[in-house]
Write a protein that binds this ligand. Structure first.
Ligand code: EPU
Length: 433
């Protein structure tokens, strides 16, 4: 499937955010921890939640999705299958099912989650921590086999890096483990806090300490829950960049200021403007756009998933902008697409900034220098990964003329009916087979 886009128009109107992809998928896994029904409201109907539903069904979940009301009912009375290695390995969620499977079935087998177009993405932090909790892990060429014959026990775990997935993995494993688990240098992204809130409603005991510490006291049983998923802050940033880049004005309904503080500051510094209202945030341009220096970081820093749409926007800003990507070693592949369209962006292996970075001195192209403003022209592009895909859409909507974007299934993994919602703000975008 592809998008045909006629760009160059100012986009105006309203877009309503979907529920967060990176919260919803983890909550589906959290539901596996109880034999009682769970109800997830504001549920995003996107590719990644479909893939996760397939995983949960394989494990034994009964799932009913109310597409009108966006409610997912998920109930796993028993674990029918602890082995999910036959799944097609299309996203990175199965590794998070290790804890729930070990707790309810004593063993687990999940597919190896390999690297992808944004880097090798190892899972050593997840596996080392699980081992400290009494889990034995065997690695085969295609899967991780895990056993906990004596059950899981609490442990003191210090992460070498505040990994989002590893933090979620250990929380999911620890809530029903024997005793207390302490995670230091944990990640604290809003999606993780939401997972904690859901688990707390299910009966878990989880405390947040100072300096990225999380304390979990294992309980015997968790119960069912109804939980509303937070709006997707990656979608919010994508649409905000689109409004400002096209010199339009868009009310992003349900956008939450508290999840986007760093983004809002960066946007204002470059000449973008916003008004926080009861229903959401209105984004527009107040002055000609100017350059900025940004370093991506773990929460509450400027998040790596905002980096790509922001760079598309910075092609329209006056001066030299610099981005230092400190989370992923290889997240600038899409720059080739922007340069093909007329942008002037160089990628470097040097650290451009002050944050200490794991990629310092290594040969990873993890910094970018953007010279703007550059008019963009239309192009035919192929989507590289989800967030590169949104850059392709933003850039072709900025550019004059007709563009084609192929491989949009990747965009559908994270953005609900993107074309339909963009047409509502005046974009000329069609989906064709
Ligand atoms: N890392 C390791 N070892 C590990 C785990 C992570 O070296 O065991 C490294 C990774 O290779 C990466 C960095 O740590 O360089 C960050 O990885 P993290 O574990 O924090 O990320 P994740 O859990 O795999 C989630 C989101 C990503 C988002 C990151 C960072 C989901 C499903 N994915 O990934 O979202 O970029 O956190 O915030 O929640 C996206 O939505 O497009 C996306 C990629």
């Amino acid at each position: 499937m592809k998008f045909i886009i006629n760009g160059g128009k100012k986009l105006n109107g309203e877009i309503t955010l979907s529920g967060s992809k990176n919260a919803a998928t983890k909550m589906m896994i959290a539901s596996l921890l109880t034999d009682e029904p769970c109800h997830l409201e504001n549920f995003p109907i996107i590719g990644d939640t479909e893939i996760t539903a397939e995983l949960c069904r394989t494990i034994g979940s009964e799932i009913i999705l109310d597409k009108e009301k966006n409610i997912l009912n998920i109930h796993t009375p028993e674990i029918k299958n602890f082995k999910v290695d036959s799944l097609t390995r299309r996203n990175r969620i199965p590794i998070l099912a290790l804890g729930p499977l070990l707790i309810r079935a004593g063993k687990a087998e999940v597919p190896i989650v390999g690297g992808d177009k944004i880097g090798p993405r190892p899972v050593d932090i997840h596996l080392n921590a699980l081992q400290e909790m009494g889990v034995k892990v065997e690695i085969s060429p295609t899967s991780y086999k895990a056993f906990a014959p004596k059950g899981l026990h609490g442990a003191k775990i210090n992460f070498r890096f505040p990994s989002v997935g590893a933090t979620e993995n250990i929380i999911l494993a620890a809530v029903l483990a024997e005793g207390r688990t302490v995670i230091t240098n944990a990640a604290t992204e809003p999606e993780i806090i939401e997972l904690i809130k859901m688990l707390q409603k299910m009966g878990a005991i989880i405390e947040l300490g100072a300096n990225r510490a999380i304390y979990i006291d294992g309980v015997k049983k968790l119960k069912g829950v109804t939980h509303e998923i937070i709006p997707d802050r990656m979608e919010a940033a994508s649409f905000a960049c689109l409004a400002v880049a096209t010199d339009g004005k868009i009310l992003i309904k349900k956008a939450r200021q508290e999840d986007m503080i760093t983004f809002l500051n960066a946007l204002r510094k470059i000449g973008g403007e916003y008004e926080v209202t009861n229903g959401g945030i209105i984004f527009y341009r107040s002055t000609p756009l100017k350059a900025i220096k940004i370093e991506t970081d773990t929460h509450p820093g400027f998040m790596t998933d905002w980096q790509q749409p922001f760079v598309a926007l910075l092609t329209q800003a006056n001066g030299i902008s610099e981005i230092h990507e400190t989370i992923y070693e290889d997240r600038f592949g899409y720059v080739q697409d922007l340069n093909l369209m007329g942008a002037e962006i160089k990628v470097l292996s040097k650290c451009l900034g002050e944050l200490s970075c794991r990629f310092n001195g290594k040969n990873f192209l993890h910094s970018a220098v953007i010279k703007g403003p550059t008019p963009l022209h239309s192009a035919n592009l192929v989507v590289r990964d989800l967030r590169s895909g949104i850059v392709n859409v933003i850039a072709t909507l900025i550019a004059g003329g007709q563009s084609m974007i192929e491989g949009i299934d990747e965009i559908d993994r994270g953005y609900f009916k993107l074309d339909e919602r963009l047409r509502n703000v005046g974009a000329e975008i069609e989906r064709v087979e």
